[in-house]
Design a protein around this ligand. Structure first.
Ligand code: PMT
Length: 405
């Protein structure tokens, strides 16, 4: 990540359980060439030791607003002026509220008030706190002032709840910071992405659906945005927050997804089809709820849905096309067959079924393109999305270079 070389990142760490990930984040930023100055809130020390962060960054961790030895040399004003970027990760609900209110009760919030550097926040909190109207208001106020939010991610939380509020993985945050400085590998590229399931109506209250949660697609959305992509996200029904910076279009059925994709595909440089689209839909949608009427069997006649990905790939002026393949067996053979049959530039295959692929927080992908393949091994969907995005950027660049030598 060349963009981070020599950049001065002030890393604020606040008192949340995700504070321990601050060490990994600091390490990634330092490894990418950034100078990292950690400032912790007083209570953050309960979650991570100063010594660890000091060893990683090579700089004394700052914590106290009233530190006589430092106030003369590099106090809050000097820190505020020193930073090219202020990044707070994890950002608790409390620090978000303080920043929204403009209070300055400790070194971190004081220097945020004094700094003109861009401010990035990676929230981490319980899902109910993230959803609370007070937090929503605070986030909206900060966004209006130009503060950028990285995440939060959705999933299982330290408290046992499930939902939005988990801090993004350090690698994803470091990528976003790199993209902030460097524009990212996909800066200026227009990416169209489908994610989540589709629902095919049977009657006014029932539908045929599938188990896609949208986690893979939304993690990809985050990773693509982190690389600076201009993203249109066509999403089936999922319970996930809109990735910051994405233009999201909500749809239900495969036909609606088809229409939304074809309304935007002409402007897309890259199309990524991660959605689990129903291959068939009921031929007749009943106007009224289907009644049992004593019948022991119910037959539903279905008709084929259009294959969105295949039709996009068949366009005369087509974007770089990346498909997914969800397979229960013979994954590579089926995926390779799909890649060739649909004329794709790349396919990401995953084994699905028995709590694999769908709904889970982690996954394993076999990515195949003409003349190459990479098996990622099992990892979080966030990490997979980061790697897949890198591969997409690499192959896209290679293809563009061949077409415009
Ligand atoms: O959402 P999660 O719970 O995180 O789960 C992630 C996932 C398992 C859904 C994801 O990793 C995945 O595999 N997505 C593709 C699922 C799928 O529909 O695979 P498929 O092999 O049936 O389809 C092949 C490709 O054609 C896919 O890119 C699909 O988006 C596309 N397609 C399929 C049918 C259709 N009518 N139109 C399409 O565009």
């Amino acid at each position: 990540m060349l963009a981070l070389r020599g950049r001065r990142v002030l890393l604020g760490i606040t008192a949340g359980i995700a504070a321990y990930k601050g060490a990994e984040l600091a390490r990634l930023l330092v490894r990418a060439g950034a100078e990292v100055q950690v400032v912790m809130t007083p209570a953050a020390g309960e979650f991570i030791g100063r010594l660890t962060l000091q060893a990683i960054t090579g700089r004394e961790v700052r914590q106290s607003l009233f530190d006589v030895s430092h106030e003369a040399a590099m106090g809050h004003i000097e820190l505020a002026r020193w930073a090219d970027l202020v990044l707070i990760a994890p950002a608790t609900a409390d620090v978000i509220a303080q920043l929204a209110a403009g209070t300055a009760r400790d070194l971190l919030t004081t220097l945020c008030l004094a700094s003109e550097a861009p401010l990035l926040l990676a929230p981490a909190m319980n899902q109910a706190m993230w959803r609370h109207p007070a937090t929503r208001d605070n986030v909206a106020r900060l966004m209006q002032r130009g503060v950028r939010f990285l995440g939060p991610a959705d999933g299982e939380q330290a408290c046992g709840d499930v939902g939005p509020g988990r801090m993004l993985e350090p690698a994803a945050i470091a990528d976003r910071v790199g993209a902030h400085f460097g524009g990212g590998r996909l800066a200026g590229r227009r990416v169209l992405l489908t994610a989540g399931p589709t629902r095919e109506a049977l009657d006014p209250v029932r539908f045929l659906g599938n188990r896609s949660s949208g986690k893979m697609g939304y993690a990809l959305a985050d990773a693509l945005l982190a690389q600076g992509a201009d993203l249109v996200l066509v999403s089936g029904p999922v319970a996930l927050p809109t990735p910051r910076g994405a233009k999201r279009i909500d749809v239900e059925s495969a036909l609606q997804m088809y229409d939304a994709v074809f309304a935007h595909v002409a402007e897309a440089d890259i199309f990524v089809a991660c959605a689990a689209v129903a291959d068939y839909r009921p031929g007749d949608v009943m106007g009224e709820k289907i009644k049992k009427d004593g019948a022991e069997r119910l037959s539903i006649e279905c008709v084929r849905n259009p294959d969105i990905l295949a039709e996009v790939a068949a366009l005369e002026r087509r974007p770089f096309c990346v498909g997914f393949a969800a397979e229960t067996h013979d994954v590579e053979a089926h995926a390779e067959r799909k890649r060739r049959a649909k004329g794709l530039d790349m396919i990401a295959a995953n084994q699905v079924g028995a709590s694999q692929g769908f709904e889970a927080d982690d996954n394993a992908l076999l990515v195949i393109w003409e003349g190459g393949r990479e098996a990622t091994g099992r990892q979080s969907k966030v990490r997979l999305a980061t790697r897949l995005t890198e591969l997409i950027a690499e192959r896209f660049d290679a293809q563009t270079a061949t077409q415009n030598p």
